[in-house]
Design a protein around this ligand. Sequence first.
Ligand code: SF4
Length: 442
Amino acid sequence: MALPGARARGWAAATKMAQRRRHAEDAEGFPSPAPPSSRAALYVHWPYCEKRCSYCNFNKYVPRGVEEAAMRSCLVTEAQTLLGLSGVRRVDSVFFGGGTPSLASPNTVAAVLEAVDQAAHLPADSEVTLEANPTSAPGSRLAAFGAAGINRLSIGLQSLDDKELQLLGRTHSASDALQTLAEARRLFPGRVSVDLMLGLPAQKSGPWLRQLRELLAYCDDHISLYQLTLERGTALFSQVQRGTLPAPDPEVAAEMYQEGRAVLREAGFRQYEVSNFARNGALSTHNWTYWQCGQYLGVGPGAHGRFVPQGAGGHTREARIQTLEPDNWMKEVTLFGHGTRKRVPLGELELLEEVLAMGLRTDVGITHQHWQRFASQLSLWDVFGSSQEVKALLVQGLLLLDHRGLRCSWEGLAVLDSLLLTLLPRLQEAWLQRAPSPGQGG
Ligand code: SF4
């Protein structure tokens, strides 16, 4: 067996060629359809951070020291166990998220990728993304991650204003972020994404749009815009509660989002999802799997997955959550090979609700063909074609239902949550009224 590092380096070189080829193909049209049951995406959670950001309620820990060898071994073991349990034969994408996975060593990343490739096939053109924080990802580390098999970076830039970065409790400055972005683009050309936040307390639309325009001068082909949500239990939430900071204004945030997406459209970006924008075909195939309700496995503390445990004789897709706390998770992985804390079988209606809510987040929406994969007895026309409330949304130009399928218009994408308040009950009603399929019990 080749050493993980050497194996991954060969794999990384093959990846670069294959990525160039696929990048050109993606630019031509839509990403490939959701994978069948023998395929999946894989998410790996690195739970540690250097410091707590003031707005963050993710599953993250700021430890005194990290037992990286033990964590690496547990991530490898759990990936092997879950891949065996799922019966998945091919992994189309891997995403290292967190926490701050750029704090992990490149050896850990290489070991996980090696284990995935051995337990199931990881093709050379698979998208393999690492979330990187500017201060934990200088150029030399980024290059080492590239050698370990990473071929796409998602940089948590968040703002280009130092005062805002301080407010958010980030460890980097705007100039750190731009430097990391430049290094990342040099090492992973065409495959670097940046996150920008909007809707911060006291943030105004004009200065934020200037930041976005400035970012356009430096960024690569992918941008994600995220609205700040004030989460209970965070430092920012307490400051707003105590009145030391003003509450974010939702109307200002909505204005920023609308103007921001228009600026990105003018700059040649396609808004392919509510929060995600790409040009030159640089869509994230990993996230696309989530929105298309493809299978995905979640490895690491608190990771979520959705797959059919075919390898264990299962036939129903399950929502799975791994144990949250890293030390407990490691104990469970050591004892049982995995740290799955919760398994919830997904009923047919629940799955369809996900297909609807996730699919409509994308500009492509839900094609008839895609819907039929999940609901062979109930077409999109059956569900939505005769509803007066849905007709009203079509007339208002927020929604489209035609020979391609169901999707939001440009205007509709910005108000998706309110559209779902009409669409989800309509789906539930149609599901209850549907004709029983042949062989279905009473
Ligand atoms: S780096 Fe990310 S995960 Fe860690 S505290 Fe900040 S926002 Fe949360």
